[in-house]
Design a protein around this ligand. Sequence first.
Ligand code: OGA
Ligand code: NI
Length: 373
Amino acid sequence: MNNNNMLQEWPETIVRVQSLSDSGLTSIPDRYVKPPNERPSVDGNDNDESTTSQYGASSNDANIPVVDLSGVDSEDGSVRAETLRRVSEACREWGFFQVVNHGVSHELMDRALGVWREFFHLPIETKQLYANSPRTYEGYGSRLGVQKGAILDWSDYYFLHYLPSNLKDYNKWPHLPTNCRKVIEEYGREVVKLGGRLLKVFSVNLGLEEGFLQNAFGGEEIGACLRVNYYPKCPQPELALGLSSHSDPGGMTLLLPDDQVTGLQVRKDASWITVKPAPHAFIVNIGDQIQVLSNAIYKSVEHRVVVNSGKERLSMAFFYNPKSDIPLEPAKELVTPDQPALYTPMTFDEYRLFIRLRGPRGKSQVESLKSPR
Ligand code: OGA
Ligand code: NI
């Protein structure tokens, strides 16, 4: 079967993780049991203290950097310089940081989390109206990738397009709760603005002209989509993952995490660091396309989500992406005899086909793009 045929329908009957969780089972089906080396709490490198913090005691205080973004617009040149430096360091050393004083209304952020919590608590029949297929992934889903027999993640999600306008289809957005579409619309507008500001900071930090990355992304014609992740309670969290290790395929991600429950872990060298969200912060991370454009000066970093038996968790991942049909390659300014281009040109459309087929797989995808040297 060719790729397009494979992407028409799911290879197996879809089971909503929420229904499994609600059924009160005490052990999880084999389909959700990760191989021992991928489980969140096992011997070896993965068995770091930050992982155990999910389950209580932790002696690891490491966290991704927190940046006060208001410093970017400071009148005081030294404050601005220090803010840019902190973003630069975070991009190089972590691929992840949190921003506070980012300009997006806290009340809107709370409202957005609220409508999606309401959505996921609607009756299953209502949600089923939006059941998605691997063709576009839009709608209510419970798996990524179409490989038959794959081990699945302990989560359901909702995926929708916000930009470009021709892909934005209100019929594929939930009509309930009643204010859902309005809130998504407003939220998207604010977060796109924030994304644009961050691209400028990244461009300047890379020594490029301020508008470089925005232009490379297609200017006004960027893509943007939202994936709302819903992680139900899991009776055996030590065997499963809410979301397997992956790097984000797009440009950059602005994540609004649950304000009550942690779960996101970021790879730092050989260990997994549990992100402790600052109140009303966005978690920003570099995606594969910025890794490509920056010729790997910035790296998209692997991350995953662990689940727990006590509380469900919800997060909103807003993906700020390049226009999908322009070939992306390392910025010429960042290619030198010492640092030759690491990637050959590829459009984001071509790139994301891999993930739609294979599901989340660490960084295997961007690694496979490397030009032969
Ligand atoms: C994602 C993601 C993290 C989270 O949706 O790509 O990494 O905390 N989500 O849900
Ligand atoms: Ni991600």
